[in-house]
Each structure stands twice: as structure tokens, then as C-alpha cells.
Design a protein around this ligand. Sequence first.
Ligand code: ADP
Ligand code: MG
Length: 695
Amino acid sequence: MSTVPELFGSMVFNETVMKERLPKDTFKVLKKTMDEGSPLEEGVANIVANAMKDWAVEKGATHYTHWFQPMTGITAEKHDSFISPQTDGTVIMEFSGKELIKGEPDGSSFPSGGIRATCEARGYTAWDPTSPAFIKDGSLCIPTAFCSYGGEALDKKTPLLRSMDAIDKQAKRILKLFGKTVKRVCTTVGPEQEYFLIDKTLWEQRKDLIYTGRTLFGAKPPKGQELEDHYFGTIKPRISAYMKELDEELWKLGILAKTKHNEVAPAQHEMAPIFTTTNIAADDNQLTMEMMKKVAARHGLVCLLHEKPFAGVNGSGKHNNWSLSTDKGENLLEPGSTPEENAQFLLILTAIIKGIDEYQDLLRASVATAGNDHRLGANEAPPAIISMFLGDELDSILESIRTGKPYDRKAKEVLRLGVDALPAFPKDNTDRNRTSPFAFTGNKFEFRSLGSSLSISCPNIMLNTIVAEEFAQFADILEKSKDFTKDLNELIKKTLSKHHRIIFNGNGYSDEWVREAEKRGLLNLKTTSDAMPYFIAQKNIDMFKKHGVYTGTEMKARYEIQMEEYVKVLNIEALTMIEMTRKQIVPAVFKYLQSVSATAAGIKALVPGAECSAEAGIVQTVSGLCDAAVKKIAALETAMLNSKECADITAEAKFYTASVIPAMTELRAVADELETLVGEDYWPFPTYGDLLFRV
Ligand code: ADP
Ligand code: MG
């Protein structure tokens, strides 16, 4: 077995490999492209492609693929072998610069939101040299962007790269104001990934898990997460073996897997990597999710990445830790030891506060999916209301700036444990508020509203562009300033006065906060169909256009795709519920009723005058609920049928929220009640108790 450093990145065409295998000049040009985004010539690309191919073939690869991220939210790949026929009937392995740089997959079956007519079905993939190529399942995978013939982005990577360029440009203007010149400002992200692991043989017996990734039925088991005995608990050997193999697979791919532990719900776990540049973090997170599923299969397990696989216990999210740093290694969200005197930090922080307040709608829309709607505001994840948490120290500093009252710098409190052998340590000023959607955690922000299955691209596109916009506005003002210090202070003060409503340090799960937020005029967009229409609000289209991140057409296309996806997901869930009730639950109930009735009839034949009140009671209740279930199926079918009358996708999505979801909830309530009454041997699929505790 190799050591971790030997294993790490062994399947990645990283800088070390490039240096080893490329002529010096070629490496230099490529490195410039990687660091500064300068274009690559075909001659150079040919040399790089050949070196990549030789390296990949030595590692056993036979194919290459442009690996891209269409708007389905998952990754796509089409594999071509390296073989090239020779006149003598043999083949050699070949890979050209052209093949490396550009691909032309037939993209007609990927969602395009109407951007691409089928007559121009071709999509183009273009190499993203800032994210390294890697080998997966015998194929050399080349991270690529995916666009249409007209150059419109059809994927999640292109706008992410554009947003990184936008924030780079504007952040450099801000740094210039403080006399600093840097080559590049990059955003960094560390996404913490939650997931469930359940037994594969049990999973196979549940159509809802197979078709939708979550349970659509399931009565509460006697034990859930109330004892709080799973969080950080000892990891079971089977799970531990899984986590070990997952780490190794991720390390081979150069992914910085760092932390692993059990999460709050039974069968729930988390993996956190060390942060890296945003586009690489996004690629890595997609690969991580794929590996989580693949490795699970090798252990007889299934990895559920759905946001809410089980009702009644916590769902899964993804915490997007976000910061900005320069190529010189300065983290722009590092307050330093005297944040009150750190004007650059305060200006940047103020820009972010203004941005989060002005574009709350976009941040909420960026995490909107049918699955995530189950979590936000359900006392396990941040509310659907977007607000910011800054911690006591920063809060009082900002308060003093805003009100003009002097800031009384508190001596850092020391935490003493009352045991001499244990050291005292300074108290962390940003003591975590777990209920906040957007929390400052010392030198980064943690955006906690993401669902576990979401591609992190979208929220980061929003964050990067929003902050770029605020930087641009501030730079426009301050670049013209004659008295920089005075104007800077005024700008910060004025901005904070206007936007401090977005800061909230209290309990985000409480009902008071919902009322208070409403008073402050903050948005509370509970569902995807409430949130998504804001995405295409004119102010948002204008902003994205201004920074060259999205065109209006691209945004409208994305809106359509997401609303359609919402409806499709709910439609599949509703159809699955109907099928499971009709074909599994109702027949099981009949069998049980028959057995109880036969028992009573048998007893009565044997003991004339026997009361059989237990049997009668059970038959009456269960049969009544079965009637109700059949009626609820009909009601759900009617709702689905009525949705066809909607004029457009906006109306249809809203109709699903208002009518189809409630009909699904009602059907589930009856079925779950039946589950508690029907004999265990009769129930047609594994219960919550089985799924959550038999791993
Ligand atoms: P917690 O579970 O308490 O939120 P973790 O330590 O598990 O914290 O996760 C913190 C995450 O934040 C890690 O992925 C870490 O790499 C990431 N992180 C740390 N510094 C930065 C930074 N400057 N930019 C982006 N992410 C960061
Ligand atoms: Mg966290």
C-alpha cells in the first residue's frame, strides 16, 4: 500500500507531472495560461496533448473524454479511444491539441432552456486549463466548458469562470485604492458535504428511493435522532471501511479530503475537504459526489445525496465556505488583530453586507430546488430568509462606525476550564451561530443554505458577481476621491446605515425572527416557485450583463430549466407515490385484512358467540384508512391533471407548490398511518427503522 503523499494526485496531470513531462518553454506558456487565463496556441496545445496522452496511457487509460457540467447539475462525459489506424492494419495511440482544446458533442439532449434549436444541436466543449485533467475509470478526463454554436453558456462552469474574472477585475480596483498591485484575486471555496449511507439490499426494495432518491412514505420509528448519540459518534466498521476507501479514491484524484464524521441523523455522515480555488472546488465537489456513490456500491451500500431522504430526521446540506485571496497569499477576509483599524477589510466587509442585502433574492434562488425546499426553515437548516451573522466583535465595531459612538475594544476573553493541566485559550469572537444562512467565521463566510446534491457553481456565481458589483460601485466612487480617508469613512458609514438590516445574530430558527425579518423588509421565499422568478428580475439581469457573467437570454434559459426541473421532480415523486400506494400498499393492506377477517371467521366457527372485537376493530380502522388512501390517490391524480391547464411554466410550478404538494402530503399521512397498523410481515417495503438503523 502506498503512502498518502504517494497516492495523492497520482491520477492527476498536475503541475509536477507537467514540469516533468513538458519541455521547459511549453510548461512556461501553459503555466501562464493556468495562472492568468492567457490563450493557448495550437502548437503548444499539441505538445501538451501528446504528453498528457503518454502519461495517461502509462497509467492504463485507453480513452479520453471532455468532462463537463451541463445544466442537469451533474457531470457529462463521452468517451473516445486514443486509437488511430495505420496503413498496415495496426493502431497507434494518438491525441492532438485540437482534440484537447475543443470537442463537439451532440448536445441536443441536454437542457438548454430554448437557447439551442434542434437544427443546430451541436454543443461545443472547451478545455478549462485552470482545472487539471485526471484519469477516472480508464479515461483521461479533461475538464471543459460547454457552450452553444452562438457562444451561449450551456453549463455551470462557463458562468462560474466568468464570475471569477469579474470579481478579480473589481477586487484589483479596490486593492489599488490601498496602494496594492496584484496579478490575480481568486475566490476560494471549501464545501462541506453531508450524505446518508444505507444498505443496498434494503434500498432495492424501495421504489421511492430508486426513482426519486428520497422516501415518499415512512412512519416515524420509535427512535430517531433525539438521543443525539450519532453526531460525532464512533464510526461503525462498515462505514469506516467505506470512508477510508473514499478518502483514498479522492486523494488519488488530487482532492483534499480532510475531515470525516458522523452527522446528526442516524446513518448520516459528512466529508469536508480543504478549500481551494472556486472552479477547482466545484469540479472536485462534483467528483466527490460521484465517488461517494461509486465507493458505496463496492461496500453493499447506497449513498443518498438527496436533501431530505427521510422525514422527521435532519436532511443533508452543503456548507459553502467562501473567501477571497490574492496571488500573493493575502486573504481579503482576514480582519487582522485590530479589525477596527483595518480599513481595507472594513471596506470589503461593507461591500459584502451591501451585496447580500441588495441581492438576497439571488442567493435564495441560487439554492432553490424541490429537494432543498424541505430543509430551509424546517428547524434543521437555515431559514429561507437570507441574513448575515458577523459575531460580537465585528458587530460592535460596525455599530460604532454607524452610530459614531466610540468602539470600546474588549480585551480578548480567556476561556478557562478550571483544570490546571489544561491550557486556557482565547475565546473565539465569531462563536458560531449555526442558525444563520450566511455567517462570518473568522476569515471567510459560510453560506449554509445549499442542499447536499447541489452543484456549488450557481451559489458561487451569485456570490462572486454580487461582490464584484459592489466592489465596482465602491471603486467608482473612491477612485475619484480627493480626500480618500474621509470619503472612505463616509462611504462605509452611509452604506452600513442603509444595509445593517441584513445583519442578524439571534436564533434564525425562531418564529420571532420570521416576524422581525418581515418588519425589516427582508424576503422570505419559502419555495422554489416563490424564489426563482426573482432570478430574472430586471435589476439582476442588468447586473449579470454588466459583468459579462450571463446574457439576458442565458438567464431566461436557466430560469426555464430550473422551473421545469422543479415540476418534473415533483411529477416523478407524485407518480411514484401513486404507483407504490396502488400496487404495493393497498394490496398489502388487503392481504392483512383478509387474514384478520379469516381469523375472526375461524374463531367464530369454532367458538360460536365469540366477540372478536380486536379483529373487528382492526378491520374497521384499517379498511377505513384504505378507503381514504384510494380517495387521496384520486385527489392527487386530479391535481396533476389540472396542472396541465397552466399557461406557462411559472404558473405550472406555482400550481405544483399550491396543489400537488399538499395532495402528496395528504396521501402520505394516510399511508404512514396504515404502516403503524398493518402487521410487519405484510408491509411491502423496508421501514424507516430498517433503513436508518440496519447499516
Ligand atoms: P465547521 O464544520 O466548523 O463549519 P470545518 O473545519 O469542518 O468547519 O470546515 C471549514 C471549511 O472551511 C473547510 O472546508 C475549510 O477548508 C474551509 N476554509 C477554511 N479557510 C477557507 C478560506 N480562506 N476560503 C474558503 N474556505 C475556507
Ligand atoms: Mg460548517
